[in-house]
Design a protein around this ligand. Structure first.
Ligand SMILES: [Fe+2]
Length: 283
C-alpha cells in the first residue's frame, strides 16, 4: 500500500506563488493508492478558497483521497459546512456520546441548540479503504476549535470513535489529525495526552498531521503499554509561509504495513515560474 501525504495547501492569501499544475504533475507521477491531506486547505475559510482547493484535489489522479479540516478551514461559523460541500461529506459524522460536560468551545453553533445535527461544527469520521487484500481504517479526528489556532479534542468524541472502531473490521488503522501530538509549536493541541491514550488503546501505528509547516517524523515508544507509533508531520505543500526550513514538501510512503517500507520526502522549491523537486529517501 502506497500513501502520499500532503498538507496545508492554503488556497487564498497564504497560497504560494508556485505553479499548481507542475505540483499536480509531480504528485501524479507517483504510484499512489491513498492520498492523505491533513488540513488547512484554505487561508480564511472563504467559499472561493474551498472551491480552488476542490479543483486542485480533483486534479489528483487517485481514487482514494482522505481530507481532514484544519484550523484555517474553520474560521467562521459556517465554514465546516463549506468543507462538507466542497471537500468531503462523511457518510456518518461522529457525535459526542452525550451533550453533558462538553469542553470544546464552539462545538455547537449555539449553546442553546445542543442538538446533534446542523448545529454541530466538528467533522470527525471513519473511512475504510480496501487496497489489495488489506483494509485500511482512517480515523479522522477534528482537533480544531472554531476561530482559534489551538487544538483540542473532545474526550466524548474519542469515546464515540472508540465504539465505532470496535465495531469495524480492518487490518491497519491510521489517524489523521491536523495538530501534532508529539512535538508542539506555538499553537499546539492542548490535550494531546488524551489522543495518545486513544491511539495506544487502538494500537494505531501511524499518525498523520500538518499545521506546523515544518516536516517532522518521529516515533513514540510507550514502554509501559508496549506500543509504538510513528507520527508524520507534513510541512506545507503549497504555502507562501514556509517556516525556517525554507521549502514546501510532501511525503511518499511505499509499502506501508510491509517489511520493506520506504519513506521519501519530496522538497519543493519555487524557482520563478518553475518548481524544483528534491526527492530524498529517508528510510
Ligand atoms: Fe493549521
Amino acid at each position: 500500500m502506497n500513501i502520499l501525504h500532503i498538507s496545508d495547501l492554503h488556497f487564498g492569501p497564504y497560497h504560494w506563488k508556485g505553479n499548481d499544475e507542475a505540483l499536480l504533475k509531480k504528485i501524479n507521477s507517483y504510484n499512489t493508492d491513498i492520498v492523505i491531506n491533513t488540513g488547512d486547505l484554505t487561508t480564511d475559510s472563504m467559499e472561493s478558497e474551498y472551491c480552488d482547493a476542490r479543483d486542485f484535489l480533483n486534479g489528483i489522479k487517485c481514487d482514494n483521497i482522505i481530507s481532514i479540516i484544519g484550523n484555517h478551514d474553520k474560521l467562521n461559523k459556517r465554514s465546516h459546512e463549506l468543507f462538507k460541500e466542497y471537500i468531503f461529506k462523511p457518510e456518518k459524522l461522529i457525535y459526542p456520546l452525550s451533550d453533558k460536560r462538553l469542553e470544546k468551545k464552539g462545538l455547537f453553533l449555539s449553546e442553546k441548540n445542543l442538538v446533534l445535527n446542523e448545529y454541530f461544527t466538528d467533522i470527525n469520521y471513519l473511512k475504510k479503504i480496501k487496497i489489495g487484500n488489506k483494509t485500511l481504517l482512517a480515523v479522522c479526528i477534528d482537533s480544531n476549535i472554531l476561530n482559534n489556532c489551538y487544538g483540542y479534542v473532545e474526550e466524548s468524541i474519542l469515546n464515540s470513535l472508540s465504539l465505532e472502531i470496535n465495531n469495524t473490521e480492518y487490518d491497519m488503522a491510521v489517524v489523521l489529525i491536523h495538530h501534532s501530538l508529539l512535538g508542539t509549536d506555538e499553537c499546539p493541541l492542548t490535550n494531546s495526552k488524551r489522543v495518545i491514550d486513544f491511539i495506544t488503546r487502538h494500537r494505531v501505528g501511524n499518525v498523520f498531521c500538518g499545521h506546523t509547516h515544518e516536516s517532522d517524523i518521529r516515533q513514540s515508544n510507550d514502554i509501559i503499554n508496549k506500543h509504538q507509533f510513528t507520527q508524520f508531520v507534513c510541512g506545507s505543500t503549497s504555502s507562501g509561509s514556509i517556516s525556517h526550513q525554507g521549502y514546501n514538501m510532501f511525503y511518499y510512503l511505499k509499502n506501508v504495513g510491509e517489511e520493506n517500507l520506504q519513506i521519501y520526502i519530496v522538497k519543493i522549491v519555487v524557482k520563478e515560474d518553475k518548481l524544483e523537486f528534491q526527492e530524498e529517501r529517508i528510510i
